[in-house]
Design a protein around this ligand. Sequence first.
Ligand code: ATP
Length: 235
Amino acid sequence: MIEIKNLHKSYHMGKNSLHVLKGINFSVSEGEMVSIMGSSGSGKSTLLNILGILDEADEGTYNLDGTLIKNLNEKVAARYRNKFLGFIFQSFNLINYKSAIENVAMPLYYQGVKRNIRIEKAMHYLEKVGLADWAAHLPNELSGGQKQRVAIARALASDPKVLLADEPTGALDTKTSYEVMELIQGINDEGKTILIVTHEEDIAHMTKRIVNLKDGLIIDDSVVNQVRAKSEVYV
Ligand SMILES: Nc1ncnc2c1ncn2[C@@H]1O[C@H](COP(=O)(O)OP(=O)(O)OP(=O)(O)O)[C@@H](O)[C@H]1O
């Protein structure tokens, strides 16, 4: 599903440049659930931005579902993002003046789906995340965990090939974090490929594989032998 080879990325500020990704190689098969860990500044967000077609590497190749992602203009990049990817963010990134169901329906609007179908599909995904009764509520009427569930429903609405989650539990308390991870585990059980950037070891152990970055290189890439369930991490 994802194949990256020898990825390099530097940032340039005046005369100084910072070599952030120094030759990253890894593949993710369809249906995997992988976390990307690493200390602050190790290059996790830079890598996720490249995987999310929000930025491009200086060197190396990125194949997403058999498509080479390279030299795309913004219009094509946006089309590919919409077609291939669903995003989940730490701070939810919901539109505050739109109801939960309208937020979930948003990606479908950009795909040109008709309004009645949009609403029907959005309701389906809200039901999936357990929020059917909250469809008409605005984000500021929802708890953090509920907001993230709406964001997850929105990420699923366009039926993307891959879900990319950047610290999805970073703004949530421990119990809610595990509940949200349990929901994401369920989505993966249904076959969705999922990548999660996280600082938190216990969250990473709720995924099936952990890729560890240090100073722009992968220093470890291991299968999680005993993937933890919510009930095992939160008593
Ligand atoms: N747009 C940019 N311009 C210049 N430097 C940048 C830019 N984005 C990131 N950096 C630098 O690149 C390095 C890697 O940043 P990145 O955000 O990828 O790390 P991270 O592992 O995600 O860190 P964190 O866990 O703190 O979010 C850092 O030193 C950061 O300051």
